[in-house]
Design a protein around this ligand. Structure first.
Ligand code: ADP
Ligand code: ZN
Length: 606
């Protein structure tokens, strides 16, 4: 609870307590001693000469009875005043001392009005507090909607350093200057160096952009403010903008520091893009631009942001003086992957047989987060198997898990489906084994994994590829078509299981024609100008391709031709190996998993 609320809360408590005490004192205490009598009884007592004294107020009579025998204390009584014109006469006759009194109702009025008001106030206070929390703004109440304190994560002593980030050497090099600047901003300004202001980290998810930004703060020893772009944009118009203002205010106080905005594209989408302009986002973006222009980097505040979709950012964000520096954080190559694996393996005990180099070779295209996940999965497996050290088999299984999602043995396929999947997968594998130069088959499995894959053939490249010959691409298409072809050969018809294979095969064929000029008919021409690196052409509408419709038709025909050719080739090949296909599928159905070499043995036998 914030301090000011704590104070107002205790003040409220005090008021309530005082009020309650006064209430009890004023009303309850005298009443315990007063006996309330019906008017008729009072009249009887008066007639019998038992009344000693009476005080007449507007609404009631308060009085004292004569003490009874044996007791000295006179009894007090009260009775409601009834319209009785003879009362005074009678009091005179009985020789009762009487006085009139105008009752002060001041205190009672206060009680009547103030206590309920206080109670209502208290309830209101709590309800509003609850409401504020219900709006999803962490601890902040309704009244402080614009304050972003709860959402900004400020890390004072970041322990992350460049040693924790691997495989992104170029990015680290580029950020070295920023660290220098944050360490000694004065030196920089004195020498007139160009001071960085906004740095945009661009790269696919999980490649370590956040980690890198945090490491810059750690290396420079400055505070690290981070906030996610999607958290800026709230349901109330204007909230995001006030959060931006708040963020910069706090950062200026804490300078030197780094402000890191994750998912910049959530606020930075080009204005007016999309079917409906989002007013809240636009206001937030405008405020961000204003703040960026308004602050002087010489105070030692560096703005960093991350995005994996730089092409949709508003160009205004990328102008000089804003995010004018872009640092590419890409997926690592084999050496980089090995380095990342080593960083994460430091926290576990590896067995003597664990070979991270093999794992790095198996995982082209994996991001840093995926690799961290592999080490984590392998550790979990080790624990589950009651082993002391993470062995190679655990690492390998972890790769498979990360590749294809978690094993889901529970998903049940009926017998027919299972058979289909088995023939389908063996079809892929046989084609791959038949063509020299295909990526080696590691294993074939019909244990369903993840959501989409019913079975899979694990075919992992042994190295990163930057160049592929035409035949290699054709072989890839053939392998992809192998599954569907095997189904047709055995069951006489295709199933829906091959959809993803067909998509991928078609994509390869398309790029062969459109990008790589591999069609004799269309000539060595590329129709697919590669989009310019990252940020240059944001405003240009996405070109549909600058070729005629005639050419488009020809491209389609050529794609068809490539696929058809491969289809025929695979059909012929599988027909020839039908017996190997049947035997392989039988073994697979029986055991659910077979290795590539086992299938190769079956193939060679026939
Ligand atoms: P991004 O911000 O690019 O989406 P993160 O920085 O959040 O990615 O990375 C998520 C996690 O993955 C990190 O906390 C770290 O454990 C791991 N990771 C990602 N990239 C690397 C890398 N280059 N070196 C070491 N670990 C990495
Ligand atoms: Zn398939």
């Amino acid at each position: 609870m914030p301090v000011n609320k704590k104070i107002s809360f205790s003040v409220l408590c005090a008021f309530l307590t005082i009020g309650a005490v006064m209430f009890v004192h004023n009303f309850l205490t005298p009443m315990q001693m007063l006996e309330e009598l019906p008017y008729s009884e009072f009249k009887t007592l008066l007639a019998n000469g038992n009344v000693a004294e009476v005080t007449v107020t507007r609404q009631s009579l308060l009085g004292k009875l004569k003490p009874e025998e044996g007791s000295k204390e006179p009894k007090l009584f009260t009775t409601v005043r009834v319209e009785d014109p003879d009362l005074v006469k009678e009091l005179n006759v009985r020789n009762v001392k009487f006085t009139g009194m105008i009752e002060s109702t001041f205190l009672r009025d206060i009680m009547w009005w103030v206590i309920p008001a206080l109670i209502f106030g208290g309830i209101w206070f709590f309800v509003i507090r609850r409401l504020g929390q219900g709006l999803g703004q962490g601890q902040k109440g309704f009244m402080t909607v614009g304050k972003s304190k709860a959402k900004i994560y400020a890390e004072k002593d970041t322990k992350v350093t460049f040693a924790d980030v691997a495989g992104v050497e170029e990015a680290k090099e580029e950020l070295g200057e920023v660290i220098d600047f944050l360490k000694t901003p004065e030196k920089f300004t004195r020498l007139g160096g160009k001071i960085p202001k906004g740095i945009l980290l661009v790269g696919p998810p999980g490649t370590g952009k956040t980690l890198l930004a945090r490491a810059v703060a750690g290396e420079a020893g400055v505070t690290f403010f981070s906030i996610s772009g999607s958290e800026f944009v709230e349901m109330f118009v204007g909230v995001g903008a006030s959060r931006v203002r708040d963020l910069f205010e706090q950062a200026k106080i804490k300078a030197p520091c780094i402000i890191f905005i994750d998912e910049l594209d959530a606020i930075g989408k080009a204005r007016g893009a999309g079917p409906m302009a989002h007013e809240e986002r636009e206001q937030t973006l405008n405020q961000l631009l204003v703040e960026m222009d308004g602050f002087d980097p010489r105070i030692g505040v560096i703005l960093m942001a991350a995005t994996n979709r730089p092409e949709i950012l508003d160009p205004a964000l990328l102008r000089p003086g804003r995010f004018d520096r872009q640092v590419l954080v890409d997926r690592a190559d084999k050496i980089g992957r090995l380095a990342i694996l080593r960083v994460h393996a430091k926290q576990v005990v590896l067995g003597p047989d664990a070979d991270l180099e093999v794992i790095a070779a198996m995982t082209p295209g994996f991001s840093g987060a995926d690799l961290a996940n592999i080490i984590n999965e392998a550790t979990l497996l080790t624990v589950r198997r009651n082993k002391e050290q993470v062995g190679h088999s655990e690492l390998q299984e972890a790769v498979e898990r990360v590749v294809a999602g978690l094993e889901k043995k529970s998903r049940v396929l009926n017998k027919m489906e299972k058979e289909r999947v088995a023939y389908h997968e063996v079809g892929h594998a046989l084609v791959a084994l038949s063509f020299p130069g295909s990526d080696p088959i590691q294993k074939i499995s019909i244990i369903p994994r993840g959501i989409a894959a019913l079975g899979y053939t694990l075919q992992l490249p042994t190295e990163d590829r930057f160049l592929m010959a035409k035949t290699e691409l054709e072989n890839k298409i053939a392998v992809l078509l192998g599954g569907r072809n095997a189904e047709e050969l055995i069951f006489g018809e295709a199933s829906t299981g091959a959809q993803n294979d067909l998509v991928r095969a078609t994509d390869i064929a398309k790029s062969m024609i459109k990008s790589y000029g591999m069609s004799e008919k269309l000539g060595t021409v590329t129709f697919d100008r590669e989009r310019q690196p990252l940020l240059m052409q944001i405003q240009a509408p996405l070109e549909k391709g600058d070729y005629s419709e005639e050419t488009a038709r020809e491209i389609d025909c050529e794609v068809r031709r490539i696929i058809d050719e491969q289809y025929d080739r695979v059909k012929w090949l599988l027909a020839e190996q039908k017996r190997a296909l049947i035997e392989g599928a039988k073994v697979l159905l029986d055991r659910e998993v077979i290795s590539g070499s086992e299938l190769k043995a079956i193939m060679d036998k026939h």
